[in-house]
Design a protein around this ligand. Structure first.
Ligand SMILES: NC(=O)c1ccc[n+]([C@@H]2O[C@H](COP(=O)([O-])OP(=O)(O)OC[C@H]3O[C@@H](n4cnc5c(N)ncnc54)[C@H](OP(=O)(O)O)[C@@H]3O)[C@@H](O)[C@H]2O)c1
Length: 264
């Protein structure tokens, strides 16, 4: 596919969910890939399945030195970076007044927001040299408030503010910035969500039959990335919500509340 064919892509959060589906879609479209996440086993397995043109590197994006090492590893393997996809992320599932352990608020900012900042900073000289592209997988929770996800929504709002600013800074240097805001997607994130006691839920609370698959989301992401689009919102309610909230913000609050109560 034009726009990604032969491009060297760093993809974080590639071991599961949207990242894994996007790795497969990018590989089919002819991209050369550096897959990153914390779990080496899952990465090695996926790289083995995909075959030629795919490398992997363990990386905890919350650690700046590991982000720098990931960039160096990519340059060593491929000699350039064309597209950086900041996809790694975690979430929570707890009302603020029920949260017993506030550590998750810091972890969410470190992984979802600072991880993307660290990696983008490390990759920027190479992206400028290639006239490349930074992609940030935020969320519709980066555009509106969501109950039971206050810390997650805050980290995704931070991403949106950061990458919207970066787009303006980087435009004269030919580096594109693409923000991706998925609505609910079937993935591991829901059962891994941190609950009020600071522990993962263990089971997805979502009505998974009613939400988008990771493969459907990855296809939309691929098209937005290849087209160097400014913004992708994956659902109709997300797209309409952006305009509706200007005239009826209370209605948007009720829609977000219902989405969480009905779990889809
Ligand atoms: N699923 C949804 O409903 C939804 C909706 C909107 C936005 N999103 C966003 O989409 C992105 C992908 O999420 P997903 O739904 O595909 O979740 P997922 O299935 O849980 O996958 C998350 C990926 O991120 C990696 N990861 C987690 N913490 C990391 C860290 N500290 N350093 C490096 N990698 C890390 C995980 O691998 P390891 O555990 O091996 O590190 C995994 O590969 C996230 O940014 C998420 O916020 C998801």
């Amino acid at each position: 596919m034009q726009g990604v064919q032969d491009k060297v892509v760093i993809l974080t959060g590639a071991s599961e969910g949207i990242g894994r589906a996007l790795a497969i879609a990018l590989h089919r479209a002819g991209a050369r890939l550096m897959l990153a996440a914390r779990s080496s086993d899952r990465l090695a397995e996926l790289a083995g399945e995909l075959g030629e043109g795919v490398q992997w590197c363990p990386c905890d994006v919350a650690e700046q030195t590991q982000c720098q090492a990931l960039v160096e590893r990519t340059l060593g393997a491929f000699g350039r970076i064309d597209i950086l996809i900041n996809n790694a992320g975690i979430t929570m599932w707890s009302r603020f007044d029920e949260a017993e352990d506030l550590a998750i608020y810091e972890t969410l900012m470190r992984v979802n927001y600072l991880g993307a900042v660290y990696l983008t900073h490390a990759a920027l000289p190479s992206l400028k040299a290639s006239g490349g592209q930074v992609v940030a997988v935020a969320s519709v929770a980066g555009l509106t408030g969501v109950p039971s996800r206050s810390g997650y929504a805050a980290s995704k709002h931070a991403m949106v503010g950061f990458f919207d600013s970066l787009r303006i800074e980087l435009a004269p240097q030919g580096v594109a910035v693409t923000l991706i805001c998925p609505d609910f997607v079937v993935s591991q994130i829901h059962k891994r969500a941190i609950g009020p006691d600071g522990q993962p839920l263990g089971q997805s609370p979502m009505q998974e039959a009613k939400i988008m698959t990771a493969e459907q989301c990855a296809q939309l992401c691929l098209e937005a990335i290849a087209g160097r689009k400014r913004l992708l919102i994956t659902s109709l309610r997300g797209k309409l919500g952006r305009w509706l909230r200007l005239v009826a913000p209370g209605l948007i609050d009720r829609i977000a509340d219902r989405a969480i109560r009905e779990r889809h």
